[in-house]
Write a new protein. Structure first.
Length: 117
């Protein structure tokens, strides 16, 4: 499975961005798709996830209400809509696919989001 994340960039505080993660290769419905992020000098942290089959979503508590994950089954793509961005959201955002049967995890290359205050 290959993951290609895109959509990062520079945005002013209060603005919005939508990240995309296109999955290719041996994809199927038996995945959980997730987003993680890593800010400069900090550990990587969980942002949110969506179960590919069924669409159930999970979010980091601190991001609920501002971030939304969605998926397009036909395009094998997962999105992360980020609203009301804050400077502390500045990070490299990684797309992750977890095979539910084995727990095997695939990581994308990351896309940088910079929020200017």
């Amino acid at each position: 499975v290959q993951l290609q994340a895109s959509g990062g960039g520079l945005v002013q505080a209060g603005g919005s961005l939508r990240l995309s993660c296109a999955a290719s290769g041996r994809t199927s419905s038996r995945f959980i798709m997730a987003w993680f992020r890593q800010a400069p000098g900090k550990e990587r942290e969980f942002v949110g996830a969506v179960v590919w089959s069924g669409g159930r979503q999970y979010y980091a508590e601190s991001l609920k209400g501002r971030f939304t994950i969605s998926r397009d089954n036909g395009k094998n793509t997962v999105y992360l809509q980020m609203n009301d961005l804050k400077s502390e959201d500045t990070a490299v955002y990684y797309c992750v696919a977890v095979r539910t049967a084995t727990g095997y995890t695939y990581w994308g290359q990351g896309t940088l989001v910079t929020v200017s205050s």
